[in-house]
Design a protein around this ligand. Structure first.
Ligand code: IPE
Ligand code: MG
Length: 231
């Protein structure tokens, strides 16, 4: 979700008002995803690298996350959204962690949209952490090196249990993955737009979804093979 700062700058406003406007886009996008039958939506809210921003911006963002969770949780729960947070959550404040815990607990049994929010998340960090877990098991003797495969590895990643993303949307004009779900994105369609995140509305979301539906997903097969099995 990129472009909040530039959106604010274009209006001669402080960066924080861009982040505030971004929350409205988040709210709208969750609604659109649910309406369009998207099963899983994962939002990259704050990256491992974002800690290097000015102290006031980081603390402003953290406050905004707490506020947004406080304000939105009832409605998300009412709409059957199941929330999950990924990332190095130990680095977050106790009050934010408390909100996160509450949100996950309350929505645990929900069966609607699976909404994952990545906070203090980095794709490389995720892979390194999974490697540590597996290495420990090998050292302890509960796992054999030759038994490690894609599935065993993925089960230790933060997104374990959530299907791999089919589509990545990045706003704000950059064409980069910026350390998002490095493992999971291996087969995702990538869609980039110059639209700044606060201006990402239903029609832009629909554009991205149309791009996705126009693609034939081959997963290494030929087009004829895909047609033959009808997927
Ligand atoms: C939002 O956009 C990303 C967050 C970390 C919340 P930016 O803050 O990166 O906006 P730009 O790139 O400066 O426009
Ligand atoms: Mg940016």
């Amino acid at each position: 979700m990129d472009g909040n700062g530039r959106w604010a700058k274009d209006r001669n406003q402080p960066r924080h008002s861009g982040h505030r406007a971004g929350v409205i886009s988040v709210r709208q996008s969750i609604k659109t995803a649910a309406e369009r039958g998207v099963e899983c939506l994962t939002l990259f809210a704050f990256s491992s690298e974002n800690w290097s921003r000015p102290k006031e911006e980081v603390s402003g963002l953290m406050k905004l996350f707490v506020e947004a969770l406080r304000r939105e949780l009832d409605e998300l729960h009412f709409n059957d959204v199941k929330l999950k947070f990924i990332g190095n959550l130990d680095l977050l404040s106790a009050s934010l962690r408390g909100k996160i815990f509450e949100a996950e607990q309350r929505t645990e049994a929900n069966t609607g949209l699976r909404l994952t929010i990545a906070m203090a998340y980095g794709g490389r960090w995720d892979i390194v952490e999974a490697t540590k877990v597996l290495t420990r098991q090998v050292t302890e003797g509960s796992l054999q090196i030759n038994d490690i495969n894609d599935e065993i590895f993925a089960a230790e990643l933060q997104m374990a249990g959530v299907p791999y993303p089919d589509l990545l949307i990045r706003t704000g004009g950059e064409q980069r993955i910026s350390n998002f779900l490095l493992w999971g994105l291996a087969y995702a369609e990538l869609w980039f737009t110059d639209v700044l995140w606060p201006e990402f509305d239903q029609s832009v979301f629909d554009e991205a979804l149309s791009y996705y539906t126009s693609k034939q997903r081959r997963f290494g097969h030929t087009g004829d093979q895909v047609k033959a099995v009808g997927c």
